[in-house]
Structures are given as structure tokens and as C-alpha cells.
Ligand binder design. Structure first.
Ligand code: T1G
Length: 708
């Protein structure tokens, strides 16, 4: 059986190699093996020094995240105990970082006396993105080595640094160079240290240099973190842990770190963020797809439509180094689209995010065209045209005879049937939905909508594509609104109904943003444009299965020419981008409520939040039960990466599991009673939710294909 740490001696230097694919996560098995071999090396008089390195592309991704929920993370030998042993070693210990070192992997390196690293390595403390903080000495050793400012930036942002930046800050001592094999070179570096009588440097003997800190820096940094981390629990605790390094002796600082780590570990936010970490990765696991299914080649992408979505999608591909041919029907639209792309890249240069050379390289990959036949040799063509079935069918009929055999034909539709579009071609097996979310360059989510006849390798290619353009692809089935927008509708319906029943748009929006939503329903409607919503509804009146009161206010605002931000007035008034409450809208709501015989009443914040969230969760349960989505985590990934749901709550389905399915079912039943005729029509618990509540189970345990 493969050892999780291998042991060898080269030139009187013991080499301990982590070997626990895929990322050398330091679970208990690896910790035991590491301790055993460390003690062997310490006890062997012929061994003069020790090198710690690893197999694989990464040095180590840190602690085994899966151990947190299982309560195994603190089981002996613990990481802090191991690192103390390494740091106290009477023999020189060198960390030879053959690749990225993250979290506990970097803490392991900090416990060593010296650090030798490959130039391409990334080094970081991503714990804050898991709702925790470095819990094995990282918050105490790092500031002592690189200073409080660099340490605070790394630990509170979770962003990794390059090996070069690490060399500059003193985090690492030497970059590997030359042709010599890495481990041999690391052993050579170690022998040189021995020859020079290099001291056994340990971070614990250092103190944080505060002399270079600007006055009031720590307080100011803490205030900034408090402002930008609203709702997240860990970032401020990261600051407190580093402050302990600045004010307490090492031992006491370690104790303070351990306290803060455990405080974070047992929070709903930590559970939520760790859930999302695994959920994002599980999205790529498609039960019906054989792991042997190979993706098709993806070297050239065609995009039909140079509008906002088409342009954003084009940028996502050229950002990833994939050539794009961007087509539009007329010269003026194409030029406008290309200019918008050029302006966006220019802004990136002004913000220091890209250099001029990088922008030129990207623009060189982008070719505009007015001719369909120039898409003939594309491996993938994405239609991003007007959201109208007839328009899309016409485009796909054209692509059918233009595109080479095996080319993937994708639609960016947000709700239309991929099967119906596929039927406009003779190759439905090559047709798929790629629903990007606006702004397409920035939003990470792509809903990958497989039609009933979409070939397996087309789905696999779409998943690979998503990873290549640094997005997260979630595979969903065909239904109106797929998964994200299908859950959005009842959520928006309740928000609108609440306004008719007596809550103002601004209060509904505030309750939702206080919960953590990136935007409220009505500010989002004003941003998207009431006119867009009305046009979509008018193009498909039969597909909206909601209460007629749902769109009453929007339709009236539309007829009043109040389209939202674009017209300066919608649910709100606007001065530039400043949103202003408009009493006229509440007066309109009163008038419309009266016309529907809706009795208005005072409505509290709890009811607003529960009604909006419970119907969203309930619809999500139906989406899973119908097999439109494979698992609840997929819906959480969709909502946190495409719909503005707060990451620190883990997504709507994680939130439901956190507060309890039984409470949600009881709440839905309660509103069914309280809201009389409307409640009877729109508040029926999903059978899946009822079953899980009855059995005391969670949504996270349910998988596609199980009977509700
Ligand atoms: N623990 C358990 N599994 C992990 C893991 C980890 N730390 N990191 C990755 N995996 C799994 C992942 O779920 C996937 O599984 C496979 O490895 C490949 O991952 C004590 C307390 C390192 C940048 O937060 O950021 O140390 O889906 O697809 O794209 O103070 O993995 O194949 O079944 O992401 O090459 C801190 C988390 C832990 C780093 C590599 N460390 N990992 O990206 O591979 S807490 C982290 C990553 C800690 C200490 C604290 C990325 C990566 P599967 P992948 P990748």
C-alpha cells in the first residue's frame, strides 16, 4: 500500500516526501506518517539535516477540510504539535516547496528553519474563504517573519502570493533555478546551509517588527475589514489572531489563535463556506456520465451576437487565451460591440488589472465578422442573440449547415427550451445550453443545460470549457427557467405580492440585503429593466405560471415609461446611480391592491424574509425532485455564483439545512393558512421537503433519482 509519506536519505540528509494525492491534504494518516519519519530522522545519528518535500503538482493544500465536520482535525498527532516538534528540531529542517503550499501546508513550511521553493509556486492562507483562520501557528509565525502588514493582507484576503513576492518579503529563502532536479537541488541547498553553519532559525524566537507600522494601522485595518466583511465571521478573527502575534509572547499567541480558530470553526458561516468549497467541486460529478467520456477539442469559439452578453462571453474566452470570432448581423452593432470590449479592457488597464500588452494580446485573439460562414471551422458556437424562440431557431438552422461536423452549437438562452432549439437542427446531439449570467465576463456561473438528446461528450466539453474560462459550470436539465431563474420567480413573486399587501419596495429590499443578498428584488428589477421583463413575458404568456398580481406593478410602471435605471425611474427614482425612494410607487401599490381586493396590513421583517426565502427553497426542492438539478449543492453553487446569495450562508439549500427543514415546512404550512386564498394557491410544501422533514434528513443528503 502506498505510504502517505516516503522516507529516504541522500548525502546524510533525510528526505521526507508527502505522497497523498491529489493535493497532499494533511489528514490524520499523513500526520502519523510524517511524525514517524521525522522521529526516525531525528534518531538517526547519520542524518545531519532533514528536507520536507512532496510528490505531485502541489506541496500541500493544507489540512484535510473533510476532517473538520468529522471532528478528526484535532486528533493526534495534531498539526500544531507536529509543527512544534519540527521547529524544536536540533537538526536543520528545510521545506522544499515543489509546488503550491496552502493553509497548513504553508504553516508546515513556516515551522521549518528554511524554505526553498520552485519559482512557479503560489503560497497562501485561504482559510478565511472556509470561514476559519490558520489554526496551526500561521497567524503567529507569519507576522514574525514578514511583518504585520503583509501577514494581515495574506491572512484576511486569502489570496496567495507568488514565489517571487514571497522571496522579497522573506517568507522563503531561495528560489530553485537551473537544470538540476528539484529535490537534489534542495538537498544541495541544505548541505550548503550545514557547511556555512547556518543557525536553526525558528519564527517563535522572532518578534513582530512594529516599528514600520504607520500609527493606528492595526485599528484602521480592523475597521476596514469589519466594513468589507459584513456577515462573515472569520475575517475579524484573523485580524485578532495577528494582533495577538503583535502583542503576546509566542506561546500565549498560539493559545489565542487556537481559541479564535475554534470560535470560527463552529459557526454556520464556516459550515456554509466549507459546504460551498466541496459543492463547487462536486458539480463536475455527473452520475449518468461515464468518467471515460472524453471532451471534444476546443480551440476556436464563435459567438453570435455582439451585444452585452455576447461581448461579455467573448471576453471570458479571450481572457483564457481562446480565440473568438464574434459575429453580428450588421456593421454598426458589431462595431459597437467591439468598442465596448475595447473600452472594458482599457478600464482594466486604468485600474492596473491588466497591462497594455496583455490587452493587445487579448484583442489579437478576437475577430469580428458579419458572415456566418466565418464560423464554419469553430469548435463551439454560442448563440447570444435576442431572447426570442423564432430568432434562435433561425440562427440554429443557419449554424446547422455552416458549422463543421462535431461542432458544438450552444444557446445562451436564459429560459427557452434547449430541446425546441435543438429540433431546429439535424444534429440535436451537438446542441446544448450555456446560460451565462450577466455580466458574463465577471459572473463565475454557467448553467450547462443538457437537452434530452445532447451527447455526453458535449456535456463533458462544456464542463471542461467552464473550468478553462475560470467559471463554475453546473449541469441542469430543461424546464422553464432551468434552475436559477426557476427559483427566482417565486422569490420575486412573493416580493411583489408583499408590496401589494403593505410592505414598501425599499423595506423588502432592505430585509433581503440585510440577510446578505447582493441586491434587493426591486433594485435588481430596475437594473435589469422593467421593459426587458415585460417583453419576455409578452413573448411567452403561456409559460408564466404565477399569480396575476405578480407583475401588476412592473407592468404598470412599464406603461408609465418607468423602465428602471435606464429611464431614471422604476421602482425607485434615480439621480445618476443614486437610488431614491419614490412615494408614487407605494401609492400605485395601494391603488392596484384595491383593484384586486387585497387588504393591506402592517407586515414585519420576519414575514418578508420567510415568504421570499421559503418559496425559493421550496421551488429548489421541486427542481431536485424532478431531476432538473442533480443535487442541492448545485443549486447553492448557482445562487451564490450567479444570483447574489450570500456566500456566508452557503446557498438557499444549505441555509435550509442549517435552520432546519421542519421549520421551513411548518412555515410554509403556516402561510398557507394565514394568506387564505392566495396562501392556498401558492404555499404548498414540496413532497420532498415534507419527506425530509418527516425523516429528520437534510437536503444535502438527497441525490437525483431518489424517490421523494
Ligand atoms: N482538504 C481536502 N480535500 C481537498 C483539499 C483540502 N485542503 N484541497 C483540495 N481538495 C480536494 C478537492 O475537493 C478535489 O476533490 C481535489 O482535492 C482537487 O481539488 C491547519 C485549518 C489547492 C488550489 O483551503 O484551494 O489548512 O473533487 O479541484 O484546482 O491552519 O484545491 O477531486 O474529489 O481544487 O488543482 C486550507 C483548498 C485548508 C486549500 C488546488 N487549504 N484547496 O486546486 O484542485 S484548512 C485550502 C484549494 C487548513 C490550517 C488550516 C485547491 C488548490 P475531488 P481542486 P486544483
Amino acid at each position: 500500500m502506498r505510504e502517505s509519506v516516503s522516507y529516504g536519505v541522500r548525502n546524510s540528509v533525510a528526505v521526507l516526501t508527502l505522497n497523498s494525492p491529489p493535493v497532499n491534504a494533511m489528514g490524520q494518516t499523513l500526520r502519523r506518517a510524517l511524525k514517524t519519519h521525522l522521529e526516525t530522522a531525528l534518531a538517526d545519528d547519520s542524518v545531519e539535516a532533514i528536507v520536507l518535500t512532496s510528490c505531485g503538482k502541489l506541496f500541500s493544500a493544507g489540512a484535510d477540510i473533510g476532517e473538520f465536520a468529522a471532528g478528526v482535525f484535532t486528533a493526534e498527532p495534531s498539526l500544531p504539535g507536529l509543527f512544534d516538534q519540527i521547529e524544536a528540531s536540533p537538526k536543520l529542517v528545510v521545506a522544499a516547496l515543489n509546488g503550491g503550499a496552502f493553509g497548513g501546508g504553508l504553516e508546515l513550511a513556516l515551522a521549518c528553519h528554511y524554505r526553498y521553493v520552485v519559482p512557479e509556486a503560489q503560497l497562501g492562507f485561504p482559510e478565511v474563504s472556509l470561514g476559519i483562520l490558520p489554526g496551526a501557528g500561521g497567524t503567529q509565525r507569519l507576522p514574525r517573519l514578514v511583518g504585520a502588514q503583509t501577514a494581515l493582507e495574506m491572512i484576511t484576503s486569502g489570496r496567495p502570493v507568488s514565489a517571487y513576492a514571497a522571496r522579497k518579503s522573506g517568507l522563503v529563502d531561495e528560489l530553485h533555478s537551473g537544470e538540476e532536479e528539484f529535490v537534489s537541488s534542495a538537498v544541495g541547498f541544505t548541505r550548503l546551509l550545514l557547511k556555512e553553519g547556518a543557525p536553526l532559525r525558528s519564527c517563535r524566537r522572532l518578534s513582530v517588527d512594529l516599528t514600520k507600522l504607520p500609527d493606528g494601522y492595526l485599528r484602521q485595518f480592523r475597521d476596514e475589514v469589519a466594513l468589507r466583511s459584513k456577515g462573515f465571521y472569520a475575517p475579524l478573527r484573523c485580524v485578532q489572531a495577528v494582533e495577538a502575534a503583535c502583542t503576546l509572547p509566542f506561546r500565549e499567541g498560539l493559545k489565542r489563535e487556537a481559541e479564535l480558530f475554534l470560535e470560527c470553526l463552529h459557526t454556520p458561516q464556516a459550515r456554509a463556506q466549507q459546504h460551498l468549497f466541496f459543492a463547487e467541486r462536486e458539480c463536475a460529478t455527473i452520475p449518468d456520465l461515464s468518467k471515460k467520456t472524453r471532451p471534444r477539442v476546443l480551440k476556436l469559439v464563435g459567438i453570435v451576437g455582439a451585444g452585452t452578453m455576447g461581448g461579455g462571453i467573448a471576453m471570458a474566452f479571450v481572457d483564457a487565451g481562446i480565440p473568438v470570432r464574434l459575429l453580428d448581423k450588421d456593421k454598426e452593432s458589431l462595431e459597437r460591440g467591439m468598442n465596448v470590449i475595447r473600452d472594458n479592457y482599457h478600464n482594466s488597464v486604468l485600474r492596473g488589472r491588466l497591462t497594455c500588452e496583455q490587452v493587445e494580446a487579448r484583442m489579437a485573439l478576437l475577430q469580428g465578422t458579419l458572415f456566418f460562414d466565418e464560423l464554419g471551422d469553430a469548435d463551439l458556437v454560442i448563440e447570444a442573440a435576442y431572447e426570442n424562440m423564432a430568432v434562435k431557431k433561425e440562427i440554429f438552422a443557419t449554424l446547422e449547415w455552416i458549422c463543421k461536423p462535431g461542432a458544438i452549437l450552444a444557446t445562451n438562452t436564459s429560459t427557452l427550451s434547449v430541446d425546441e432549439i435543438a429540433a431546429a437542427t439535424a444534429r440535436p446531439q451537438d446542441v446544448i445550453g450555456l446560460h451565462f449570467f450577466s455580466p458574463a465576463r465577471i459572473m463565475r456561473l454557467v448553467e450547462i443545460v443538457h437537452g434530452s438528446r445532447t451527447a455526453p461528450e458535449v456535456v463533458v466539453t462544456a464542463l471542461e470549457m467552464a473550468k478553462k474560462i475560470k467559471k463554475v459550470g453546473v449541469v441542469v436539465g430543461v424546464c422553464f427557467g432551468f434552475a436559477g431563474n426557476r427559483m427566482l420567480e417565486p422569490y420575486m413573486r412573493e416580493a411583489n405580492r408583499l408590496v401589494l399587501e403593505g410592505a414598501s419596495p425599499e423595506r423588502v429590499d432592505r430585509v433581503l440585503t440585510d440577510f446578505g443578498m447582493a441586491m434587493g428584488v426591486f433594485s435588481m428589477a430596475d437594473m435589469a429593466g422593467n421593459d426587458v421583463g415585460v417583453q419576455i413575458r409578452q413573448s411567452r404568456p403561456d409559460q408564466y405560471r404565477h399569480d396575476p398580481s405578480f407583475f401588476l406593478i412592473s407592468d404598470r410602471l412599464y406603461r408609465m415609461g418607468r423602465f428602471g435605471q435606464k429611464s431614471g425611474r422604476g421602482f425607485y427614482g434615480y439621480q445618476g446611480r443614486n437610488r431614491i425612494v419614490d412615494p408614487e410607487v407605494n401609492a400605485l401599490a395601494e391603488e392596484l391592491a384595491a383593484s384586486l381586493g387585497i387588504r393591506r396590513r402592517p407586515i414585519d421583517d420576519v414575514e418578508i424574509l420567510e415568504r421570499c426565502l421559503y418559496v425559493m427553497i421550496n421551488e429548489g426542492a421541486e427542481v431536485i425532485a424532478e431531476g432538473v438539478a442533480i443535487r442541492s449543492g448545485d443549486l447553492d453553487v448557482i445562487w451564490c455564483n450567479g444570483m447574489g446569495f450570500p456566500v456566508f450562508r452557503g446557498g438557499p439549500m444549505q441555509y435550509a439545512d442549517e435552520i432546519g427543514i421542519d421549520g421551513i415546512v411548518a412555515g410554509i404550512r403556516g402561510y398557507r393558512q394565514r394568506l387564505e386564498e392566495y396562501g392556498a394557491k401558492w404555499f404548498t410544501p414540496s413532497p420532498l421537503l415534507e419527506r425530509l422533514a418527516q425523516e429528520g434528513k437534510k437536503l444535502g443528503q438527497f441525490r437525483k433519482g431518489q424517490q421523494p
